[in-house]
Each structure stands twice: as structure tokens, then as C-alpha cells.
Design a protein around this ligand. Structure first.
Ligand SMILES: Cc1cc2nc3c(=O)[nH]c(=O)nc-3n(C[C@H](O)[C@H](O)[C@H](O)COP(=O)(O)OP(=O)(O)OC[C@H]3O[C@@H](n4cnc5c(N)ncnc54)[C@H](O)[C@@H]3O)c2cc1C
Length: 420
């Protein structure tokens, strides 16, 4: 028999995805979330083919069309510089070949869909639940909440994000404190009709390489009638939750992004940044987490940002889905469960660590490039453009294929726990 009841801490991205996977296999899952209601912030995110195939493992093939209906569907992203010169494309999905394109979707819409799917499958999701104490013994896990209620389960999965409470239970005094990454991601939106392009055949989504860094411009909404832009910028000190809210609300975040690109006078950068509504930008404040000594202790395991926060470059959501899909398959297998939760958690960590190491390195490299500044008059900038041209246009013949990175299929991983 697989587990009877799985407790999941955190109703963000990975928690509901895992609950969905378990519910579809007939395993009871209860998700408890510290916030009083679902999160209402976060800009638009790209779900590349790897994220969508993992989500489909959790939610079934029927979830992919639902995600597509909410977002903008595409397979390639143009790579241009600030003069409008087109270098080639980055392939982020291939529906014909792999079954999945990529979808740009509002994080809040994705979240809402996940919670609706969970509800339809009978998953109980409890909001406003702050754990006071987590206890475990050889038979199960007990969580006592600050409101005086309790819940018992066979295992507990900490899907409670970067500032995870479950991680403290797993690692005790070895639990690291996440460190502010000194990078923030600012996202703004403008109507597509207000964006000026340097040439008639200029296409979105596009990455724009400029002396101020890389600016991403994505189409949002099923019709692509809005353009979402995103820039990574440097801020030296953490302002704290309230401080960042104020930074966003006051328009300071928008002004910082605009200031970074003040020297770029060309389109579409100018119309993207000049036409934004300063008070309605979205902010993501990523933190760094060192590689953990372990992702589990006894009957408590970690997934997603709680186990391995990614550098700020668009793979955090995908990694949470991949984790949920793989752990869901491992837990649903009777033979695995007979070996015990510790063996399952160890197998999960062993296999996932290899993939995460590769994605972490690739994301860190890309993240650095996103915000690297160059002197527009200097040799460095010309050299950089030449290197990009050589890499995309010559080495990759106009299309960078990210097969191993965004074409990864979690369904192909070995979901049998090997004998210890
Ligand atoms: C505002 C925002 C914007 C983002 N934008 C991007 C982006 O553009 N691209 C990208 O790749 N990634 C982005 N990310 C990161 C990405 O969303 C995460 O990597 C991904 O959500 C990880 O999923 P997760 O389930 O591990 O954690 P999360 O989705 O963060 O979910 C964790 C959940 O646990 C809850 N929680 C925390 N503590 C407790 C507790 N003690 N008890 C119960 N519940 C608890 C939290 O409230 C939250 O709902 C963004 C994150 C945020 C917050």
C-alpha cells in the first residue's frame, strides 16, 4: 500500500502540484498554507517544455490545454540587440517534436488553476495555518498549529519556499539562513499597441541585448495583447517584506529599472519603459540558498525552493514542478513505499541533485549575463556583440536549442527506488 495521508506544507507552486499528483493516484493529501489566502502577487513567468511536461505528470494531459488557454503560447524567442539587429532565436519548446510549446502566464493565474485542480480532485487546502511544532516518530508525523488544531500524516513534505520552516525541522542547527541575492527582478506591462518596434517584422517575445543588460519582452494573455518586460537589476541591501512592498508601490522599482536603461534611446526599449504604469510593476526579490547537506530527515522531506532555490533566471517554477512530478511518482509506487519514506527521499535527492546542479550552473551563468553592463562606446561592448553573433548565428546556425535544459522530460526518470 502507498501512503494513506501525505501532509504538504506550503500552497505555492510545488505543494499543490504534488498534492494533485498524489490525489490522481488515490493518495490523500492535505496542504496547509501560512498565508490567509492565495498569493496575489508575482509577474508573468515562462513555463518552458520541461515545466509543462512535469506539470502534466502531476495534473494529467488535460492540464496542458488549460494552461495554454490562460497564457501566450510560443516556441521561440527572438534574440536582438538594442539597434534592432536580429541574431537568431532561442527555442523554448517544440510541440510537434516533444508535445509541449512554452507558455507565458501570470503567476497568479497559474496558482489559481493549480488550486482549482486540487479542489476538483478532493485535496484539502487549508489557509492561515502556521505550524507551531512538527513531531515525527517511526509511525508518522504530527503537526500542531498555532490556532490549536493538529493534523497527523504518514509523511510531511516541506514545499514552503525559500524561507522554509520545514527545512529547520530537517536540518536542525545546520539549517542555513537564505541570503539576499542582491539582484531584483522588475516586471512591467504595457499594451502591445503602444510598443514601437525598430522594423515591421520585429517579433515578440524577444530578448534585447543592450549595454545596460538583457531585457526580456514577452507577450502575455491568450491573444498576446500585452507586452511584459523584465529586467534584472542590482540592489545592495535587503529592504524586508514591507520595505520591498513600499519600493514597488511608490514607483521606485520602476524608476530604478528605467534609470538603468536611460542611455538606451532605441525601440522597443524606450516605449516599453516609458509607457509603463510605475505603480503597477511586479517585483521578485530572490534569495540564495547554499547547497543543503540533506533534503530530508526521517519522515519529513523538502521540495522546490525549500530544498534548492535557483538563481533568478526563470527555472524556479519548473524545478518545483519537476520535483513534484518525480516525488509524486516515487510515492505512488507500492514497492517503493514498502522500502520506507527514508529510502524514497534519498533516491529522490540522489536523482534530482544531478539535474539541479546542471540547471543551477546554467541559470547562474545566464543570470550574470542578464545584468552585466558594458560601456556603449567601448571595445568590450563590440566584442560582446561579436561573440553573441558568433555563438548564435554561426555556432548554433541561428537557433539555440536548449534540449537538455528546457527539453528535459521528468517522466523518463527512473521512479523505482533501488535497493540500498
Ligand atoms: C513574487 C514572486 C515572483 C516570482 N517570479 C519568478 C519568475 O519570474 N521566474 C521564476 O522562475 N521564478 C519566479 N519566482 C520564484 C518561483 O515562483 C519559485 O521558485 C517557485 O514558486 C518555487 O515553488 P515552491 O513551491 O518551492 O515555493 P513557493 O511557490 O514560494 O511556495 C511556498 C509556499 O509556502 C508558503 N509557506 C511559507 N512558509 C510556510 C509555513 N511555515 N507553513 C505553511 N506555508 C508556508 C508560502 O506562503 C508559499 O505559498 C517568483 C517568486 C515570487 C514569490
Amino acid at each position: 500500500m502507498p501512503p494513506n495521508h501525505v501532509l504538504i506544507m506550503g500552497a505555492g507552486i510545488g505543494g499543490p502540484a504534488l498534492a494533485l499528483s498524489l490525489a490522481r493516484q488515490g493518495i490523500r493529501a492535505t496542504v496547509f498554507e501560512i498565508r490567509p489566502s492565495p498569493q496575489q502577487s508575482g509577474g508573468s513567468i515562462t513555463l518552458a517544455a520541461n515545466a509543462l511536461s512535469a506539470l502534466s505528470v502531476c495534473g494529467g494531459q488535460e492540464i496542458y490545454p488549460k494552461v495554454k488557454a490562460l497564457g501566450y503560447v510560443y516556441e521561440r524567442m527572438g534574440m536582438n540587440d538594442d539597434s534592432g539587429y536580429f541574431y537568431g532565436t532561442l527555442q523554448v519548446g517544440d510541440e510537434k517534436k516533444d508535445g509541449f510549446a512554452a507558455v507565458r502566464i501570470m503567476r497568479t493565474e497559474l496558482h489559481k488553476l493549480l488550486l482549482e485542480e486540487c479542489k476538483a480532485r478532493g485535496v484539502e487546502t487549508l489557509f492561515g495555518k502556521k505550524a507551531k511544532e512538527i513531531k515525527q516518530d517511526s509511525k508518522g508525523v504530527n503537526v500542531e498549529f498555532e490556532d490549536g488544531t493538529q493534523v497527523n500524516g504518514d509523511i510531511l513534505i516541506g514545499a514552503d519556499g525559500i524561507h522554509s520552516q520545514a527545512r529547520k525541522h530537517v536540518l536542525l542547527d545546520k539549517a542555513p539562513i537564505p541570503e539576499f541575492s542582491k539582484t531584483i527582478v522588475v516586471n512591467g506591462f504595457v499594451p502591445r499597441s503602444t510598443v514601437i518596434t525598430p522594423r515591421p517584422d520585429y517579433e515578440f517575445p524577444a530578448t534585447i541585448i543592450s549595454p545596460s543588460g538583457f531585457l526580456g519582452a514577452f507577450l502575455v494573455g491568450p491573444k498576446g495583447d500585452k507586452v511584459a518586460w523584465g529586467v534584472n537589476t542590482t540592489v545592495t541591501a535587503d529592504k524586508g517584506r514591507e520595505g520591498w512592498e513600499e519600493f514597488k508601490r511608490s514607483g521606485e522599482a520602476a524608476r530604478l529599472a528605467r534609470e538603468d536603461y536611460a542611455n538606451i534611446k532605441t525601440e522597443p526599449i524606450r516605449s516599453l519603459l516609458d509607457n509603463m504604469d510605475e505603480k503597477h510593476v511586479q517585483l521578485w526579490v530572490p534569495f540564495r540558498l547554499p547547497i543543503l547537506p540533506a533534503w530530508s530527515r526521517g519522515r519529513v522531506g523538502l521540495i522546490g525552493d525549500a530544498a534548492h532555490a535557483m538563481p533568478p533566471n526563470g527555472q524556479g517554477t519548473a524545478m518545483a514542478f519537476e520535483d513534484a512530478a518525480f516525488l509524486g511518482r516515487l510515492l505512488g509506487d507500492e514497492e517503493n513505499w514498502a522500502k520506507g519514506p527514508e529510502a524514497i527521499f534519498k533516491h529522490f535527492e540522489k536523482i534530482r541533485a544531478v539535474r539541479l546542479d546542471g540547471v543551477r550552473k546554467m541559470s547562474a551563468k545566464m543570470g550574470e549575463n542578464l545584468k552585466k553592463r558594458s560601456d556603449p562606446e567601448g571595445w568590450g561592448w563590440w566584442l560582446k556583440k561579436w561573440a553573441i553573433w558568433a555563438y548564435i548565428s554561426v555556432w548554433n546556425r541561428g537557433t539555440i536549442k536548449t534540449n537538455g535544459f528546457m527539453g528535459f522530460d521528468v517522466a523518463k526518470l527512473d521512479a523505482k527506488v533501488s535497493a540500498a
